[in-house]
Design a protein around this ligand. Structure first.
Ligand SMILES: [Zn+2]
Ligand SMILES: [Zn+2]
Length: 348
């Protein structure tokens, strides 16, 4: 189990006990899985990466919960493993749990291919990723470094044979499923009773959720993400959110407002940079101007972040591609962006 962090308990207004369990994804990042007891079969929301000591940390936490919260729960009682989204830090451990339980693994259909055919989706992801980097104006050497360090690795996670598909609005006892695409195409948040939302990576307490462009992962992207923030705001009321990383969010609606404003401000800044520049700009140039650093993890995060914002601005007719003909004729590979002049002014 993580050295300092211990499982904590939350009681839903409908009586369920929710246990928030920390596990290390890697040295610099803690993930949280959630165990829900008292709603039909025991439910595990997310199951860690399946790497390192993750599985052991979670099962140690089950012991801790038994001793400290007087539960009689045992791992074999888990009947449902709900995956908020199929990123490795949330769903990578599913196959390992299936060796100890006869649970059903459940997720949204858009993320199901990654859960059931991890290797194929990792290879396709790498191909799209490499094609994308070539269009950003990033130096070849840095492209190679990024793919080596952050590309998907076939074989890294074990696929599961089948998943039970969950739909938006579906109810499982006192749990309600909300489809919140953006961070991933099939991302879901799980509402427990009326006061708690297990929010995966859709909303985090401190940092802005990383968003990739839709051309890397169809049905993700900034437009879907902002629509999903809006969707959750409509139900947030006085809810507390239990995210997949970082701290608990006691007032979800306040954090949603802050996150949305920050995204709009960043979108505006990208547009301003394009308007202030005399010539069209690449994603790489914009990333350097916005975020200054472009090394290590940041290189990847900033390039995908800027590309997602450009895509959003294009979808809202505020940005256009300056060299479309040269791209079509394959005379150039790097996309150049410019602001759309004389477009009706509107909020980004
Ligand atoms: Zn994620
Ligand atoms: Zn995550």
């Amino acid at each position: 189990m993580c050295k300092k962090l211990l499982p904590t308990q939350f009681i839903a207004d409908t009586g369920e006990r929710i246990y928030r369990i920390p596990c290390d994804f890697h040295r610099s990042m803690t993930s949280y899985v959630h165990l829900i007891l008292g709603t039909g079969p025991a439910v595990l929301v997310d199951c860690g990466s399946g790497e390192g000591n993750c599985f052991q940390e979670i099962t140690d936490a089950f012991h801790y919960i038994r001793s400290n919260f007087h539960e009689t729960f045992d791992i074999s009682q888990i009947g449902r493993i709900i995956i908020t989204h199929a990123h490795i830090d949330h769903g990578g451990g599913a196959a390992e749990f299936l060796e100890k339980t006869s649970a059903e693994v459940m997720c949204h259909s858009y993320d199901a291919p990654v859960m059931t055919r991890y290797d194929e989706r990792a290879s396709i992801g790498n191909r799209r990723f490499s094609d994308f980097l070539k269009t950003t104006g990033t130096a070849q050497e840095l492209c190679r470094e990024i793919i080596e360090a952050f590309g998907f690795t076939p074989g890294r996670a074990k696929s599961v044979e089948k998943v039970h598909i969950l739909s938006d609005g579906e109810k499982l006892d006192n749990l309600t499923i909300h489809h919140t695409p953006g961070h991933s195409p099939g991302h879901i948040c799980i509402q427990v009773g009326n006061r708690h939302l297990i929010s995966g990576d859709h909303i985090l307490s401190k940092t802005l959720t990383p968003i990739w462009p839709e051309r890397l992962t169809p049905h993700s992207g900034m437009t879907h993400f902002l629509d999903s923030l809006d969707k959750i705001r409509r139900i947030a009321g006085h809810m507390t959110a239990l995210p997949g990383h970082e701290e608990v969010i006691p007032l979800l609606s306040v954090r949603l407002d802050m996150a949305e404003k920050s995204h709009f401000r960043r979108n505006e800044r990208v547009l301003r940079l394009l308007r202030e520049n005399e010539t069209p700009m690449t994603v790489s140039e914009l990333a350097r101007r916005m975020y200054l650093v472009q090394t290590g993890t940041w290189a990847l995060v900033t390039l995908t972040d800027i590309a997602a914002r450009i895509e959003y601005l294009e979808q809202h007719n505020l940005v256009s591609t300056a060299n479309a003909t040269a791209l079509e004729q394959e005379k150039e590979d790097i996309y150049l962006y410019q602001p759309v002049r004389h477009s009706a002014s509107r909020s980004t």
